[in-house]
Design a protein around this ligand. Structure first.
Ligand SMILES: [Fe+2]
Length: 398
């Protein structure tokens, strides 16, 4: 539920630090968590820390029953990470006991923090005062800036009609495609994540995986097809129950198949099989002309290199977050802070320097050795990097 926060900042005139997209989960490289710990330790007690979504990747399941969906699984996964990394929880506890405040906004990969059971479990696990940690989907500070994770208008990551309403339904078909792909494929075959993600087309991913894993890639392709068929089935159910937006990638079988390139993959598989049969026949008894085999294989390759579609999907999340931010800025008259795209940027809205769209990028993805974040202080909103230059105690605007 969107909420307004009559901020701590009005009383304290501290700094709001906005970080997001750390994607922490059990077993991951702890470096972003270590740097978040250092950031928390550098905060002043008047500051506000905004965790702007995807702080934890609750879609990174480990083969739990029912793909680990629901408040119990989400709380357990956060607790498992904090158990692996107790210093971060301790630093939060110390800082909030001195007056520090935290607002945690839901992203697409930690959407279950909208559930009261998960919120309570996190507060109990951290052992911090309830008044020091709030949860929500949107934060407005002093009518000057609006902060949101930004996944709301991304067709691959939209929860319908709102993030909290969708997670409260508690079924897999309420999850957007990005969450389903992470749960069903990327967790189990991390090589996919390392070699492609959503901006690559099937041919690019296949060739990268083939270079590294040789024939094992065919098993990965088979698992991809199983996942894609399963997501199509869930998407059919989601569209039937009106649990997904008409412009979402999970609006029915056709939308899901298209987004997952399943239509082209199946057609290419058919053509490859036809090509092999034709080629064998040409070799054995010269009955089928060889050009039929070659034409089949050529068409299969053509189907796997969908340039136009890849271009559309390649930048769709970035464009949709930018457009959403611009619309919201016009509507609210505030500057907008979002994350989600993992691409830090600042852009004046409609060319007006007074209203800004700021994307803080991913705190897990270093740029020139530093981690990006948003900083808002005394009406000034800027992109900053952590750690700050030597000799400066707390974060300063870069
Ligand atoms: Fe996100």
């Amino acid at each position: 539920m969107p909420f307004r926060h009559k901020l701590f900042l009005e009383e304290s005139a501290g700094t709001a630090l906005i970080v997001g997209d750390l994607h922490l989960h059990p077993g991951r490289d702890g470096a972003p968590g270590t740097d978040l710990l250092s950031l928390v330790e550098s905060l002043d007690e008047k500051d506000l820390l905004v965790l702007n979504g995807d702080v934890f990747d609750l879609d990174r399941v480990g083969g739990e029953p029912e793909l680990g969906f629901g408040p119990g699984a989400a709380a357990a996964r956060i607790a498992r990470f904090l158990d692996e990394f107790p210093a971060l929880g301790q630093a939060m506890k110390t800082w909030t006991s001195q007056g520090g405040k935290v607002v945690w906004l839901a992203g697409n990969h930690d959407a279950e923090v909208c559930l009261p059971e998960v919120q309570e479990a996190v507060i109990n696990r951290l052992g911090i005062d309830k008044r020091s940690l709030s949860f929500g989907e949107k934060l407005v500070i002093n009518n000057e800036i609006t902060i949101e994770h930004g996944h709301r208008m991304d067709p691959d990551n939209n929860f319908y009609p709102t993030t909290s309403a969708a997670v409260k339904r508690g079924n897999l078909e309420s999850l957007p495609m990005g969450c389903l792909v992470t749960r069903m494929l990327l967790t189990r075959i991390p090589e996919y994540r390392r070699n492609g993600e959503h901006r690559s087309n099937p041919w690019q991913i296949f060739t990268r995986l083939f270079r590294q894993h040789k024939l094992a890639v065919f098993k990965m392709v088979a698992l991809y097809l199983v996942m894609a068929l399963r997501i199509c089935k869930l998407s059919a159910r989601a569209a039937y129950r009106a649990d997904t937006a008409p412009w979402s990638s999970t609006f029915g079988i056709l939308a899901a198949a298209r987004r997952l390139y399943l239509d082209r993959l199946l057609a290419a598989l058919f053509l490859v099989s036809l090509g092999i049969v034709a080629f064998s026949s040409w070799l054995i008894d010269n009955e089928v002309p060889v050009y039929i085999a070659l034409a089949s294989l050529f068409n299969a390759a053509f189907l796997l290199i969908p340039t136009r579609r890849a271009r559309l999907y390649g930048s769709r999340d970035i464009d949709s977050v930018r457009n959403y931010a611009a619309g919201m800025a016009r509507q609210t008259g505030t500057s907008i802070v979002m994350g989600h795209t993992h691409q830090p940027e600042t852009k004046p809205i409609d060319g007006q320097e007074s209203t800004l769209y700021l994307n803080h990028g991913s705190f897990a993805k270093k740029i020139d050795g530093k981690r990006p974040l948003g900083v808002y202080r005394h009406g000034l909103l800027e992109l900053a990097y952590f750690p700050p230059p030597p000799g400066i105690k707390s974060v300063k605007v870069a």
